[in-house]
Design a protein around this ligand. Structure first.
Ligand SMILES: Nc1ncnc2c1ncn2[C@@H]1O[C@H](COP(=O)(O)OP(=O)(O)OP(=O)(O)O)[C@@H](O)[C@H]1O
Ligand SMILES: [Mg+2]
Length: 284
């Protein structure tokens, strides 16, 4: 298929897919396709052949033991320079973004909530959000516009309005940090959100608020794809995944429906590791 603008095949017309407003036509498409992804940190290989496909509007969960490389995958997906991709590709909206810098990925609609969000002293939350939103929407938003949208979401997420003026994550409690990540996700209107243990460290009420927040965001933007990295089934009871993936030793070794989450939480990861070792398929 050739387009009049010269773009070919599965590639979307350039420019259009870099903005959230054009997400609708992607509804039945693969949004993210990771193939054979290998990446290393300083020396050691951490990702050892990750394959994952996420369609627009889909919810995926990734579960797996501590140290298996889940957070590394998140960092590599956002182009963190501490990691080097040694093989494989990351294709997003039909474009190979494997070598793209972080800010380009964010502008194109990829959002990450990190497991341990960093504090940035001296910069109020509202100012950072204004910068990020202006970059994402490619227009200069006023403080007032950002404040109005922010207050609305803070109310929904049961956050104290004083947050807007506080410095990012400085002195935030564990739960406050996680809520703040959801606030950013709501306001940046991504097409793909990857949430790394956003449910960890939350009390029962806060977990419900965060889960409800994710659902509300997605209800207002049904094409939003969400990848939840978690150790607990609980959040998946609130935000039902289309697919659950088991991540062991740097790659996805099994994928299934939501029932896999229950099974993993009940049986633990050891039995899987053992059966993988038996068939000589540990990826070592
Ligand atoms: N920059 C780096 N250089 C070297 N090793 C690293 C680097 N980053 C992470 N690692 C190692 O890679 C492994 C995977 O770490 P990662 O944080 O991705 O695990 P995880 O699956 O997210 O674990 P958890 O469930 O505990 O969050 C760990 O052994 C970690 O120490
Ligand atoms: Mg992690």
């Amino acid at each position: 298929m050739h387009r009049s603008d010269g773009s070919r095949g599965l590639h979307y017309p350039h420019s259009a897919n870099l903005l959230d407003v054009d997400a609708e036509h992607l509804s039945t498409k693969t949004l993210l396709a990771i193939e054979g992804l290998h990446a290393k940190g300083d020396t050691q290989e951490i990702l050892r052949g990750v394959d994952l496909q996420v369609g627009s509007g889909e919810i995926h969960a990734i579960m797996g033991p501590n140290g298996s490389g889940k957070s590394t995958l998140v960092k590599v997906l956002l182009g963190n320079p501490a990691y080097t991709v040694t093989a494989g590709t990351i294709v997003y909206k039909g474009k190979d973004i494997t070598a793209w810098p972080t800010d380009e990925r964010a502008k194109a609609g990829i959002f990450m909530a990190h497991q341990d969000p960093e504090a940035i002293s001296g910069v109020p939350v509202i100012q950072l959000l204004r910068q990020a939103m202006s970059a994402r929407k490619q227009m200069d938003l006023s403080v007032l516009e950002v404040r109005v949208a922010m207050m609305e979401w803070m109310k929904r997420l049961d956050m104290d309005p004083s947050f807007a003026e506080r410095h990012l994550n400085e002195g935030f409690s564990g739960g406050e940090k996680k809520r703040n990540e959801i606030l950013q996700m709501a306001m940046l209107e991504p097409d793909l959100a990857i949430l790394d243990e956003t449910d960890s460290g939350l009390d029962v009420d806060a977990l419900k608020i965060v889960a409800r927040g994710i659902k509300t965001i997605r209800d207002s933007r049904p094409n939003l794809a969400v990848v939840l990295i978690t150790h607990y089934q609980r959040i998946l009871e609130e935000v039902t995944p289309d697919k659950v993936h088991l991540f062991i030793d740097g790659r996805i070794v099994s994928s299934d429906g939501p029932e896999l989450a229950a099974k993993l939480e009940q049986e633990g990861y050891e039995s899987w590791r053992n059966s993988l070792a038996l068939i000589g398929d540990t990826g070592a």
